[in-house]
Write a protein that binds this ligand. Structure first.
Ligand code: ATP
Length: 216
């Protein structure tokens, strides 16, 4: 089973990393691929460039063999569309290999606004990680998709290549990249919210308004 977990990772933080490890354990896979997106179609500009975000990710997963980075979206010109990524992976993995895309409930709530969203369940399984915040609108397409395709266990994902939706409710750390960017810009420290190596690099490069001599 191949598991991808995408995001802007602007910057990557312990909430992301902890979830990725939790996914390895719960989905019983030997690694999860983190897929940083290039130009997120649903957001404005990112705080750091694509290559800076990638560098921070590389520092964050160093020494952790279960966390891989798949930088294919950064290597593609233009916007990142999940359907394109999944199509590419499907070609590489072959038609029968289970492929899993992980999303938080916040991202899944807007699923029907993603480009070619209808093709996504044909290409991959979806694991929806429950995050705090409003529940899905029961009348909306994402909630209906969940009801129609829901499975209750990981074994069901292994039985097919694509098409199922599994909800997971792992413990999550209350950390957001937005909060980290705001802290840094205000001259405060994000220490212990991100790996020390990531914070060190942010300071050295002055990312997100960090001052190399300040922000302790
Ligand atoms: P931002 O605050 O800039 O929106 P973010 O911290 O939410 O960023 P993203 O890169 O946008 O991070 O998120 C990528 C994926 O990680 C999304 O599916 C999101 O639901 C999930 N995610 C974000 N923060 C956490 C967290 N603390 N724990 C678990 N999952 C998270």
């Amino acid at each position: 089973m191949h598991v991808i977990y995408g995001g802007t990772f602007d910057p990557v933080h312990h909430g992301h990393l902890r979830l990725a490890i939790e996914l390895c354990d719960r989905l019983e896979v030997d690694h999860v691929s983190l897929v940083p997106c290039h130009i997120p179609p649903h957001r404005g500009d990112t705080g750091a460039s694509a290559s800076q975000r990638l560098q921070l990710l590389e520092l964050a997963v160093r020494g952790e063999p279960r966390l891989h980075i798949d930088d294919r979206e950064l290597r593609r010109a233009g916007a990142s569309y999940t359907a394109d990524t999944l199509r590419q992976l499907r070609q590489e993995l072959g038609p029968d290999h289970p492929l899993v895309m992980v999303v938080g409930t916040d991202a899944f709530a807007g699923f029907d606004r993603w480009r070619e969203w209808e093709s996504i369940p044909e290409l991959a399984h979806i694991v929806v990680v429950r995050r705090p915040g409003p529940a899905l609108n029961p009348e909306g397409i994402p909630a209906r998709l969940l009801t129609k395709r829901r499975v209750e266990d990981v074994a069901s994902l292994r039985n097919g290549a694509a098409g199922c939706v599994l909800e997971l409710d792992p413990p999550l750390l209350d950390i957001s990249a937005t909060g980290i960017r705001e802290r840094i810009a205000a001259g405060r420290s994000p220490r212990y919210l991100v790996p020390d190596s990531v914070w060190e690099q942010i300071r050295q490069q002055g990312l997100y308004g960090a001052c190399p001599e300040g922000n302790f």
